[in-house]
Design a protein around this ligand. Sequence first.
Ligand SMILES: Cc1ncc(COP(=O)(O)O)c(C=O)c1O
Length: 396
Amino acid sequence: MSFVTHLECGRCGKQFEPGKVYNLCDCGSPLLARYDLGQAARTLSRDRMARRPANLWRYREVLPVARESSIVSLGEGFTPLIHAERLGEKLGLPNLHLKDESANPTGSFKARGLAVAVSMARELGIRKLAMPSAGNAGGALAAYAARAGMEAAVFMPDGTPLANRLECSLLGARVETVAGSIKDCGRVMRERLGANGDDGWFDVSTLREPYRLEGKKTMAYELVEQLEGAVPDAIVYPTGGGTGLIGMWKAFAEMEELGWIGARRPRMFAVQSAGCAPVVRAFANRAERAEEWENPETVASGLRVPSAVGDFLILRALRESRGAALAVEDVTMLDAVRELAEMEGLVTSPEGGATLAALKRLVADGFLAGYETVVLLLTGSGYKYVEVLQILARSQ
Ligand SMILES: Cc1ncc(COP(=O)(O)O)c(C=O)c1O
């Protein structure tokens, strides 16, 4: 079913055999799954796609799961791509599209990554999965682990939206709240569980295992299918650990090798909060790595990521694509959440709002001329951010 040939370190290029349990490379960098795309192309053609189910497993040749019986699915993927006509007209962008990731199981794009990671864990015989999470990833892990009959442990910062914490408990995960950011959660998790140590907990933190990225990359395959073979001109992505951005960039290269698209690529734009913008700072400084952000603070819990193990891969994709990294203030993000609700009927999360806030800056700063096909990644549902909805209701 899968055409994985090996895993490859995103930094030093060291290669690893497929079908084994891995976290990071010995050099401390993320591993990327590589495929025999020539073989995959024999069955994975765009023409054949129409007959396949509308979920991310339609791209099974370029996913790492070898046995169909390993798949743990709740119907993730193939989310709507909505033509935002009213908003587009207002902004002078007639080809503005919204990828509504709230339509995924558990209400966010995190379902894509965790569906694939939990399926691979099942295939590799892993039974206990642990992660630090800003909220949505924890909910998705808890759901897929429940469905697979596995144990899950989630370590969340104390400011995580209540709904995220409650859903994890309801889904049977062990939940621990930690004072600080997701980075502190990771540290506490490794102390408490000795992740990958004697007691058998496997660390599924962002980019510390290779397969969440593979699930997230399917967003790019879907965009090309939904745009009938066209590659968007620009993608605006709210960036924490950056898995989706790195994954999509990888997917465009794969699609070229599969013969789905040519050499043209979208410009990739990363958005962060002004209260936690390590990638934006590193991009502006032309640095290869991002320094840790002190005292990260933002209402967009998914963007409260002070340092990312895949920072150099994010920065590489931004530069190779002639994109950019932008920081937006929380108030602007929330105004944009309201605007998306009022103009397009979508209740999106603050991270989704950040993409619209950034888009306005891109238009104002002349990055976009108006004719381009632009996609905003609305990564999660706003319904879990009741605290944010209350702020918005009070300011009405
Ligand atoms: C709704 C939402 N958007 C964006 C992000 C950032 O995703 P990534 O860490 O893959 O960059 C998160 C992460 O928690 C999130 O929950």
